[in-house]
Design a protein around this ligand. Structure first.
Ligand SMILES: Cc1ncc(C[n+]2csc(CCOP(=O)(O)OP(=O)(O)O)c2C)c(N)n1
Ligand SMILES: [Mg+2]
Length: 319
């Protein structure tokens, strides 16, 4: 399938935003400006960008603890994600949530989540709701290789299958769950093959290739939209940083392994392959880079000057 130029540039724009955003978060976090706890998405950008480019605003996304990229790719404004990480009243969760409790249902973003695997069952519920309401919404659930070994994976995919739910499960297989390698966690290394248990399609994709992710997700999402049921997509990817900010990520992964994945940087790969194929020129990518910097500066400034939540409102949203 030939992906048009506009889509290529859109994928590049989303990926550069996700990358630059996370690098800024690392800087702000390390300098003690940002509170809380963050897991960065650096290296995995092609997955969120490729999948979410197929979704409309009202489609729903369930995320993980590594969710800033999912939120941005689904269209939550950078300002609101930044302000949330800053604990400010203007954040998408009014400064109450931080990195792992970001919600923006108006953008179809149903939350980042610190409980590994829990999005898998919640997204089945979301998809059931869409099916019952005949809303036409498709649900996407991102989760990691670690989550694929949790009970909720089997529970969620079983329900999605038996009820033919409009949901796409996207496993971000970055080979590790904290410092636990997938090989130490399971003998069932082919995660996409597990789809066969539930009689749903299972697809494996190079998660460093935004165009391949875009195509695979596009097929699964359009099938779900036509009442064709769920799909499991396994994206082979890698986090360039440690598990969370503070973990160097080097005591359980070899330097050679990290370097070999960095050579396949998804952003560079899209830029270089598109230029080689003459889909777009360097000036067009450079223009997006400049635009991304302006977007980021605006988000940082918004987060910086925004007020903290008023203590008088501490009990708002408490049920
Ligand atoms: C139910 C549950 N068990 C354990 C943890 C601790 N924990 C946080 S992240 C993580 C690893 C998750 O790995 P994976 O699903 O592969 O996602 P990745 O961090 O690689 O993106 C674990 C075990 C948790 N948050 N929730
Ligand atoms: Mg993982």
């Amino acid at each position: 399938m030939k992906i048009d130029k506009q889509t290529v540039l859109e994928l590049y724009r989303t990926m550069t935003r996700l990358r630059e955003f996370e690098m800024k978060i690392q800087e702000l976090y390390r300098s003690g400006v940002l509170p809380g706890f963050v897991h960065l998405y650096v290296g995995e950008e092609a997955v969120a960008a490729g999948v979410c480019a197929n979704l409309s605003k009202t489609d729903m996304v369930w995320s993980t603890h590594r969710g800033h990229g999912h939120a941005l790719a689904k269209g939550v404004p950078g300002r609101q994600v930044m302000a949330e990480l800053w604990g400010k009243a203007t954040g998408c969760s009014a400064g109450r949530g931080g990195s792992m409790h970001m919600y923006a249902p108006g953008c179809g973003f149903m939350g980042t989540n610190g409980i590994v695997g829990s999005g898998i069952t919640m997204s089945a519920g979301g998809a059931l709701s869409a099916q019952l309401r005949k809303s036409g919404q498709v649900t996407v659930c991102f989760f990691g290789d670690g989550a694929s070994n949790s009970g909720s994976f089997y529970e969620g995919l079983n329900l999605a299958s038996v009820w033919n739910l409009p949901v796409v499960y996207v496993c971000e297989n970055n080979l590790y769950a904290t410092e636990m390698s997938l090989e130490r966690a399971t003998k069932s290394l082919d995660i996409a093959a597990r789809a066969a248990i539930f009689k749903m399609p299972g697809v494996t994709v190079d998660g460093s290739d935004a165009r391949r992710v875009y195509e695979a997700a596009g097929e699964a999402i359009s099938r779900a939209r036509k009442d064709g049921g769920p799909t499991l997509i396994e994206c082979k990817t890698y986090r360039f940083h440690g598990h969370h900010e503070g973990d160097p990520g080097t005591h359980y992964r070899s330097k050679e392994e990290i370097e070999s994945w960095k050579k396949r940087d998804p952003i560079k790969a899209l830029r270089e392959s598109s230029m080689a194929e003459k889909v777009a020129g360097a000036d067009e990518f450079d223009a997006i880079d400049r635009e991304t910097q302006a977007w980021l500066e605006d988000a940082v400034e918004f987060g910086r000057v925004s007020p903290e939540p008023d203590p008088e409102t501490a009990l708002d949203f408490v049920w």
